[in-house]
Write a protein that binds this ligand. Structure first.
Ligand code: C2E
Ligand code: CA
Ligand code: CA
Ligand code: CA
Length: 278
């Protein structure tokens, strides 16, 4: 009985610690959003094996906390979503990403695309369309160069409303891709209901692509995408054998540490220079 009690206390203590950290982070997140300067956008290349170069980058936000150091998005994005701070944060990422993408072009790196992650909360708030339009207008980036990544969690929402918002956004010329495909709640059926341009094969399948069953899933997703007229991208690619398997399976666009980790703007330029892209 006393053992049970101790265990309860340990469990309780751990929960309390997590709650304390979470509350501190929430407070700091509000402060950081107000003051600015603590968030940085990094970019990870999407490599198109058909052209042997990058087609564009995915924007991934980083929080440089003044005392805690780098806080991973997996920890602060959920807090930003629960508190509504995600709207302001997304606006910042979107504007920064569009601006950097246009500057790369201006500086001779070519017409690269930029993908930005979205949150279900942006659809709930109905602010996504206006935020996207304003960001594009402000930095004069051609809409076709911007891609929004949505996740399957969107299917638990009012689908008619989500579809209407996506159609509105796509009417601007902006592209939409389904992130982490195959990992979530949805079934294959969502692919023909949600208006998208691209499917991103979840990292989990790539990770275990040495297994025949996972190879079968990858090939099936590629085939499905092709038959629906969608582009397909694989993410989380770290090894050469994975690259070979994906190309062989008909997935020529690849993202992952193998071709490049997320980098800040300065490192992106060095990376592009090294490719002798100029
Ligand atoms: P995600 O959208 O699925 O992004 C891909 C994640 O996988 C990134 O983690 C990236 O650094 C990591 N990754 C890329 N290549 C590899 C690889 O080869 N191997 C492994 N093991 N990992 C790889 P990150 O940057 O920590 O972001 C985590 C998640 O946080 C993202 O997952 C996304 O859901 C969310 N996130 C990041 N930035 C934003 C943002 O600006 N807005 C929103 N709403 N969510 C964001
Ligand atoms: Ca993503
Ligand atoms: Ca993903
Ligand atoms: Ca994810």
């Amino acid at each position: 009985k006393s053992k049970g009690k101790n265990r309860f206390q340990l469990f309780h203590h751990g929960m309390e610690q997590r709650l304390v950290r979470r509350m501190a982070l929430e407070k700091d997140l509000r402060r950081a959003m107000k003051r600015g300067g603590e968030f940085v956008v990094h970019y990870q290349p999407k490599w198109d094996t058909r052209i042997g170069g990058p087609s564009g980058f995915e924007a991934l936000v980083r929080w440089q906390h003044p005392e805690l150091g780098l806080v991973p998005p997996s920890e602060f994005i959920p807090i930003a979503e629960e508190t509504g701070l995600i709207v302001g944060l997304s606006r910042f990422v979107l504007q920064q990403a569009c601006q950097d993408c246009l500057r790369w072009e201006r500086d001779g790196y070519g017409e690269l695309t930029i993908a930005v992650n979205t949150s279900v909360k942006l659809f709930d708030s109905h602010l996504l369309y206006d935020t996207v339009r304003e960001s594009l207008e402000q930095c004069k980036l051609p809409p076709e160069r911007l891609e929004l990544e949505i996740t399957e969690s969107i299917v638990i929402h009012d689908m008619t409303d989500v579809i209407a918002q996506l159609n509105q956004i796509r009417s601007l010329g902006v592209k939409v891709s389904m992130d982490d495909f195959g990992s979530g709640y949805s079934s294959l059926g969502t692919l023909d209901r949600i208006p998208i341009d691209t499917v991103k094969i979840d990292r989990m399948f790539v990770n275990e692509s040495h297994l025949p069953a996972k190879q079968a899933i990858i090939r099936t997703i590629v085939m499905l995408a092709q038959q629906l007229g969608l582009e397909v991208v694989a993410e989380g690619v770290e090894e050469e054998q994975q690259v070979a398997l994906l190309i062989e399976s008909g997935c020529p666009v690849i993202q992952g540490y193998y071709f490049g980790k997320p980098m800040d703007d300065i490192r992106v330029r060095v990376w592009l220079d090294d490719l002798a892209y100029k």
